[in-house]
Design a protein. Structure first.
Length: 562
């Protein structure tokens, strides 16, 4: 993929990299990575990291690794590994032959831990987690010496070997880095670097029962792989001193530079893996790929193109301060992308029959309709037209308001690519509901063209009553009712703010060709919105469309007010 296809604008990280290159650091090389933990599905926040890391490697002619930080066998699964690879590849990032696992380095990490013990820089601690908290101190009070600090090197080596051999139960002992119990950075107060987990690992099976913690493993993985710039989100900034301490203490040949940027926060959703897992496990959504989810697979099933996500991440930009991004900006990027590439089609969501009284009975014509006015190369298609058609119920008013240019008795409108028609009358049922409109057409206006230059302000879409197919449409809305879940009361249950109207399932009538398209096809229902033929449920016999985004561009209004 070329740089033009995966562009990342200059930012403060690139300024750092340029300075490193100018100084000859790392021999001028740039090597980045995307290091997900395989304990859940990726979401759009991860997409920002993927775009930044891969885009940076492309920009500077460097390398990009995909690495699974699989150091916690209790929460990890090959299902997540497979989904992550699919998502990263779909977004357009290419790791070539550089796919790695932290678990591939477990032997090296164990040896590094042994080296720290021999240097007097690590010890085995037998305190429980709650007991250690008492020794660790607080943000305002220094910690104090733990009992394990007095153990000899030989005793620590023996205990660590026995931990590895499975002699102790989970939680009974940890290996701690011996740093400074009085450090103002609480993360430097003898952090745990190895723990006991009697659990099979998705990659190493039952070979290990001790596993390195993330802070110990991550920097070593970067060093082993030759990563030059370890780009991560802002919450890891306070962990950077530990990252550097481990690399400097062990004097690894490669010493990557950790650089932090602000993570993506999006309105009306959550980015917490724990909360997303709750939504899935407790069946608040249909799965990780539910189109209401902010997961990459959920966005993909909703019909969001990878190029739109890349454009969104590029528009959000890379900064050092946390902020909340309006979901309307994502909608804008999706709409802007699909406007250029999605084929147009006609679908009537709330049908109202129209009988064109002066149109010959039994006559069926084929109207030539443009597939995409934004893309002439998309060509045209044929759509059948007949005496009885369906239009949107909202396109008729019994008593029209001012500047209502659609159907009303006496009003003339243009049927998209068909004819001019004028409403003449309507029928009602016993309850007073309008059931049928009657109209006449101008035979000289075929193709929706004025025969005498007269102006018609209203253009509406339609489907032929005799040929239309029924389809299921799934109308998705925001997942939560509040824009920022961080503002809800501390004692409130975040699940109480779920939007119970975030999915509505309805029936509509579509032009017949829509039933023949392939699953996973983007299409614009004219005057309605952008839809996507569902990759799992769509068939010619049962067409199912997910609404990707409405046509209304609310982000433009937000931008104008800003």
């Amino acid at each position: 993929m070329s740089e033009n296809e995966f562009n990342v604008s200059d930012n403060f990280i690139h300024d750092i990299i340029r300075a490193d290159i100018a100084a000859g650091k790392n021999g001028g090389a740039v090597h980045t990575r995307f290091p997900p933990e395989p304990n859940g599905y990726l979401h759009i926040g991860h997409a920002k990291s993927i775009c930044l890391n891969y885009g940076t490697a492309v920009k500077f002619g460097g390398k990009f690794n995909l690495r699974f930080d699989d150091t916690n066998p209790v929460k990890e699964d090959t299902e997540y590994v497979d989904s992550i690879m699919e998502d990263v590849k779909w977004l357009g990032a290419d790791w070539e032959d550089r796919k790695f696992y932290a678990s591939n380095y477990f032997e090296q990490m164990y040896n590094y831990a042994v080296r720290l013990i021999k240097m007097g820089k690590a010890y085995v601690c037998s305190l429980t987690e709650d007991e250690f908290k008492e020794y660790r101190g607080t943000l305002t009070e220094p910690g104090r010496e733990t009992p394990g600090r007095s153990l000899s090197v030989e005793e620590n080596l023996d205990l660590f070997e026995r931990m590895k051999n499975g002699e102790f139960p989970d939680g009974s002992k940890v290996l701690r880095a011996r740093i400074d119990m009085a450090s103002p950075n609480i993360h430097m107060r003898d952090p745990a670097i190895y723990r006991i987990r009697h659990a099979d690992h998705h990659n190493t099976g039952s070979r290990w029962c001790i596993y390195p913690l993330y802070d110990f493993a991550h920097c070593l993985e970067d060093a082993i792989e030759g990563i030059t710039h370890s780009i991560c989100t802002l919450e890891f900034e306070i962990h950077r001193p530990l990252y550097d301490w481990i690399l400097n203490t062990l004097d690894t040949p490669c010493k990557p530079q950790q650089i932090e940027f602000a993570r993506l926060n999006l309105t009306y959703t959550v980015m917490s893996k724990r909360k997303l897992l709750t939504l899935v496990k407790d069946h608040y959504v249909s799965g990780w790929d539910d189109p209401r989810m902010p997961t990459i697979c959920g966005l993909r099933r909703r019909g969001v193109p990878a190029s739109a996500i890349r454009d969104f991440c590029e528009t959000v930009g890379v900064t050092k301060y946390n902020s909340l991004t309006e979901i309307e900006l994502l909608d804008f990027c999706v709409r802007n992308d699909l406007n250029k590439k999605a084929v147009r089609a006609m679908a009537v969501m709330n049908p109202l029959k129209v009988i064109i009284d002066n149109y010959p009975e039994g006559l069926v014509e084929e109207m030539e309709v443009v597939n995409n006015p934004e893309d002439p190369s998309a060509g045209t298609r044929k759509v059948k037209f007949s005496r009885e058609i369906y239009v949107e119920r909202d396109d008729f008013m019994e008593v029209p308001m001012k500047k209502f240019f659609r159907l009303a008795v006496g009003n003339e409108v243009r049927l998209r690519s068909a004819y001019f028609i004028t409403c003449t009358s309507f029928e009602k049922d016993a309850d007073g509901n309008i059931t049928v409109l009657h109209a006449t057409y101008d035979p000289q206006s075929r193709g929706g063209n004025s025969p005498d230059g007269r102006k018609v302000k209203g253009t509406i879409h339609w489907v032929s009553a005799g040929f239309a197919k029924e389809a299921e449409v799934r109308l998705y809305d925001k997942l939560f009712t509040v824009a920022d879940l961080g503002t809800i009361p501390e004692d409130a249950n975040w699940l109480d703010y779920l939007n119970h109207d975030s999915l509505k399932v309805a029936k509509c009538l579509i032009e017949p060709g829509l039933a023949e398209i392939a699953p996973s096809t983007n299409v614009q229902f004219e005057r309605v919105g952008y839809f996507f033929s569902d990759p799992k449920d769509f068939s010619a016999e049962h067409p199912v469309f997910n609404r990707t985004v409405a046509l209304k561009d609310s982000w433009a209004k937000i931008a104008q007010k800003a």
